[in-house]
Design a protein around this ligand. Structure first.
Ligand SMILES: Cc1ncc(COP(=O)(O)O)c(C=O)c1O
Length: 452
């Protein structure tokens, strides 16, 4: 071992020790963790203290859409901080106004008013509160498999099992519906026999719950951590019709699917409808600073022209975070990243089609733009998952081995139950996709061995 890598290793050990001894890691048992110690990150790569390079095939948590280490964002942030870093949300700043105007420009329809938050969960919390204030109704309908964030109302609105440990404290008046999970249709339908039972199901639940009690229907614009479950054709159009019939607000959670991730500015644009509220975070500032936004129509905003808008945060419209977001949005445009997401997404799909021929463990691959999820199965005919929903550790042996092999090969991505996500930064090239796909192919050999 040369001196440089041995000093890298001792530095790594010190960093790891401080992290593990003095900080808590989310959603995990704290003992036995072995996180990558990241020294620097650039483009689609992370580098650890031993000089090992990892391809970031999930853009962090599907948020670093422009890629890592872009100095244009650093410069914009520094410049903003030299003038004003923070003022109270009651003050006006040039950057806040410019960002609001830019978002109104990229959002369709009359989604023209931005309330700035700090995170995805913060946007969801405020959407739920505002939907209730605007409609005077109390119930929110959302999907069981969705994840909307880790704060109480957001966590309640999601159905993701991460909430189960604390769901005795969930907020009231959230009603869940089944997902339109076509690969495992809850109504046992096939694409050619489907009559959108998933929509009739929602209509029935609305009748049971009382349409006049329902403030909003909240859905991810495109599904993310729930497994990139694709909405069937006309699903969103039907949701829009249901909302219009009953005076319910349609709320799109674009925290993960927004900002080019699905080949459009927003996931809902793949479905030809315009929601009443849009929750944003992640890609809005690409993770350079924590930031989010709740975008609402001017109709909703107008209700508060002459009555107080009772929502607020100390860091709403934080000037430095606004500057980061404004620069990141410029980069999507100048670097043609949304166009690249479509092109590279098609390339990923072509490569995964090839993988399917070589790997019997691939049951399904669902992708939109660069938001993709591979679902591993033990048997393609029975579709028995390689690890079940909410798999306990004992059922994760094979998937854990696949994840460990990916890490060893230098691929960082999100592996959950029987899902492997492919959601690299939108700046990725074909050559870098080949690198990731070839390494995934290598790791899948482990899962193939468990196929019948
Ligand atoms: C669809 C969706 N909504 C909301 C959130 C919560 O975002 P945050 O972690 O920034 O609060 C997430 C996080 O993964 C998400 O995927």
């Amino acid at each position: 071992m040369d001196t440089q890598s041995s000093s890298g290793s001792s530095k790594r050990e010190e960093i790891l020790k401080n992290n593990l001894d003095y900080t808590l890691f989310s959603w995990s048992k704290q003992k036995g963790l072995d996180p990558i110690c990241v020294e620097r990150a650039e483009g689609v790569y992370l580098y650890d203290y031993d000089g090992k390079r990892f391809l970031d095939f999930s853009s962090g948590l599907m948020n670093v859409n422009i890629g890592h280490g872009d100095q244009r964002v650093t410069n914009a942030v520094v410049k903003q901080m030299q003038n004003v870093s923070y003022v109270t949300p009651g003050c006006a700043t040039e950057v806040r106004g410019e960002l609001g105007k830019k978002l109104a420009e990229i959002c369709p329809g009359n989604l023209t008013k931005a309330f700035f938050t700090l995170s995805g969960a913060g946007s969801i919390e405020n959407a739920i509160k505002l939907a209730r204030l605007f409609t005077g109704r109390h119930k929110i309908i959302s999907r069981y498999r969705a994840f909307h964030g880790g704060t109480y109302a957001a966590m309640t609105a999601g159905g993701d099992p991460r909430k189960l440990a604390s769901d005795s404290q969930q907020v009231p008046n959230v009603v869940h519906v089944e997902d339109p999970y076509c690969y495992r249709c809850p109504w046992s339908q096939q694409p050619d026999s489907c009559k959108l039972e998933c929509i009739s199901h929602i209509e029935r639940i609305i009748d049971f719950e009382g349409p006049k009690n329902i403030a909003g229907i909240l859905m991810e614009g495109e599904s993310g951590t729930s497994g990139c479950i694709k909405y069937p054709k006309n699903y969103w159009r039907k949701l829009r019709e249901i909302c219009d019939t009953h005076g319910i607000l349609l709320i799109a959670d674009e925290v993960m699917s927004g900002f080019g991730r699905t080949g459009k500015w927003f996931g809902f644009e793949n479905h030809g409808v315009i929601p009443d509220m849009v929750c944003m975070a992640k890609g809005i500032a690409s993770g350079y600073l924590p930031f989010g936004c709740l975008m609402v129509t001017n109709t909703i905003a107008a209700k508060f022209d002459n009555e107080p808008l009772m929502i607020g945060l100390t860091y709403s419209a934080h000037a430095t975070a606004c500057a980061a977001a404004l620069e990141v949005i410029k980069i999507y445009e100048t670097d043609h990243l949304i166009e690249n997401a479509i092109k590279m997404g098609n390339y990923v799909e072509k490569r995964v089609d090839e993988l399917k021929k070589a790997h019997p463990c691939i049951g399904d691959f669902r992708n939109t733009g660069l938001l993709g999820c591979m679902e591993l199965v033990k048997n393609r005919n029975t579709r028995e998952p390689m690890a079940p929903y909410n798999a306990p550790a004992s059922a994760m042996q094979v998937m854990n081995q696949v994840a460990a092999r990916l890490k060893e090969l230098g691929v960082y991505t999100f592996v959950r139950w029987n899902y492997i996500f492919i959601a690299p930064p939108l700046s990725i090239t074909e050559k870098q996709i080949d690198e990731g796909i070839d390494k995934i192919s290598e790791a899948l050999k482990i899962a193939d061995a468990s196929c019948s």
